[in-house]
Design a protein around this ligand. Structure first.
Ligand SMILES: [Zn+2]
Ligand SMILES: [Zn+2]
Length: 547
């Protein structure tokens, strides 16, 4: 018998799979791993074969550090900066704030001298200080180069001011050093503190490469921990953080296309349970092995061009039966490609998974057979949704089973069956207490306001088609009621004995009603309305009719 993906799981891994569900799903499971993983086992058959009947392929890699990765390190480490280095950033902020305040004060002084005249606020005077503020942004510190030319007014010892031009590519810290020299340590910050800041900054630029094992995985535990790790990053897919799209991990697990690609942390493990440690992911992306080729989705916690490109090529190379073009950037949903003469439309979408297409840079290794002519590909890269408690499989558009994309257990298992209903119009799930009912049909607020109305007589909901736009005439006054569920109007005189009961808010007196629009259900409804609702709710809408 040939191997299946499931046959390669160890007992410990199966137990960890079940334990992780019991720790994080809305309800524990009484199913076996075998049962819960049947869809995964079947859907990954193709990739399993490409992988040479393995669940995880590992390869040693070394890449240069990307600016995005450095920027992330800088921003994460900002609060951990040595005290004196941090003091420099604070004092530079103060200095910049004072410069800006000074410009405002000068402007206000000019303005108050001559309030009548139009005084121009010279925004360009603010620019140098905004630009310097920007040099403290982690993206600029990571690039270690100024991105936009600007000038700074620098005082000279003789009291005059010269314009100091900052060229594109200048090191940000060089600009700060010039600033201290020109304005003085008192104003900008001490040179010692600044040097501490330089030392702190330089450590990020020295970690110039990313080394490690790049893993290509269809292992169930790697889907469950797609965004759970010991490397301090997370996303909306996280199980432990109850990410608002964590059900997407199950669809990726059951998808015939999705592979989890990640850099394994060499120095730490992620403890899925107190006694089961799994690979911790320093960097992670999803890649799809699909038609017309291998496509990268989105990476966390930062985008890295070289790793992404490498991953796509690596996966394409596994497929020895097809020839592929070298990876190229894929712009959803039209492939702008210099590699091929082809006109390609590729439209990847999904169900409960958050569709990341269009929110990052994607790479594609295109099969050469699509290098010419016109081709269009629309595919859903989600596998089936599956309740992690009872294992029931759902076509993911079967919305009846889940309230939202964070839910790992179905409604039945989560014990929510009686609590939620679905809008008849748009299918949105709504708590019963929030639903608008017309007869026995529930609607969400938005749809209800499009199809129905609430009758002011009875407080009952009805369809718009059954309502009549209604105006009551009260002597010389009128009440606009809007829609009322009174299909057949008749013109009636109010019975004599009720005539003096109507309080007319506008004239602060009891009013006499000559006539009123009334339904054929009889006078009692009308009186009920006039005696209670008219006075309480509609008095404010009384409006004098012109003679
Ligand atoms: Zn269930
Ligand atoms: Zn609706």
């Amino acid at each position: 018998m040939s191997k299946t993906p499931f046959s390669l799981l160890t007992e410990d891994e199966k137990n960890a799979f079940i334990d992780y569900i019991n720790a994080h799903a809305e309800a524990p499971t009484s199913c076996s791993a075998d049962y819960l993983l049947r869809e995964w086992n079947a859907q990954k058959a193709h990739i399993f074969k490409l992988f040479g009947e393995q669940l995880i392929l590992k390869t040693d890699v070394e890449f240069s550090q990307s600016d995005d990765a450095i920027a992330l390190d800088i921003s994460q480490d900002w609060r951990e900066m040595p005290e004196n280095a941090y003091r420099f950033t604070e004092s530079l902020w103060d200095f910049l704030a004072k410069q800006k305040t000074k410009i405002w004060e000068e402007y206000n002084a000019r303005q108050s001298k001559n309030p009548e005249a139009y005084t121009r606020f010279e925004d360009e005077k603010m620019q140098p200080w905004y630009q310097i503020e920007n040099l403290l942004a982690s993206e600029i510190l990571a690039k270690n180069a100024v991105q936009e030319e600007f000038t700074i007014p620098m005082p000279k010892p003789d009291g005059s001011v010269r314009e100091y031009r900052v060229q594109v590519g200048t090191k940000p810290l060089r600009v700060m050093r010039q600033l201290i020299k020109a304005y003085g340590e008192e104003a900008v910050g001490s040179m010692d503190d600044f040097n501490a800041f330089c030392v702190w900054h330089s450590q990020f630029l020295n970690t110039s490469s990313i080394k490690g094992k790049l893993c290509f995985s269809i292992h169930p535990l790697d889907y469950l921990t797609m965004s759970d790790n010991a490397n301090d990053w997370t996303s909306c897919m996280s199980w432990q953080e109850v990410g608002c799209y964590r059900a997407g991990t199950v669809e990726m697990m059951n998808s015939p296309y999705a592979v989890v690609v990640y850099l394994e942390a060499s120095d730490r493990k992620y403890y899925m349970t107190s006694d089961f440690a799994w690979n911790s992911k320093k960097w992670r992306s999803l890649c799809l092995i699909a038609e017309p080729g291998v496509i990268s989705v989105k990476s966390y916690p930062y985008y890295h061009k070289e790793i992404t490109e490498f991953s796509v090529k690596y996966l394409a190379d596994l497929d020895t039966e097809n020839d592929y073009f070298a990876p190229t950037v894929f712009v959803p949903y039209k492939l702008e490609s210099s590699i091929a003469e082809a006109e390609l439309r590729i439209n990847p979408h999904c169900f409960r998974m958050y569709n990341d297409f269009g929110s990052t840079t994607h790479f594609i290794a295109l099969k050469k057979i699509y290098g010419e002519g016109e081709h269009s590909f629309t595919f859903n890269y989600s596998g089936k949704s599956e309740c992690m408690s009872c294992g029931e499989l759902f076509d993911a558009d079967d919305r009846q089973m889940f309230t939202c994309e964070e839910q790992l257990s179905c409604m039945k298992c989560a014990g929510l069956n009686g609590d939620y209903v679905f809008c008849e119009e748009c299918g949105e799930i709504i708590h019963v207490d929030d639903a608008y009912w017309i007869d026995d049909t529930p609607y969400c607020y938005t749809c209800f306001s499009e199809v129905g109305f609430c009758d002011p007589f009875t407080d009952e909901n009805h369809y718009l088609d059954d309502g009549t736009d209604t105006v009551f005439t009260l002597g010389t006054h009128r009440i606009e009621l809007g829609l009322v569920f009174l299909p057949d109007f008749v013109h009636l005189n109010i019975k004599e004995k009720y005539k003096n009961d109507i309080w007319n808010q506008a004239d602060k007196e009891y009013t006499t009603i000559d006539a009123a629009m009334l339904n054929d259900r009889g006078i009692s409804d009308m009186i009920w309305f006039l005696r209670s609702n008219a006075y309480i709710n509609c008095a404010a809408e009384l409006e004098k009719i012109e003679d």
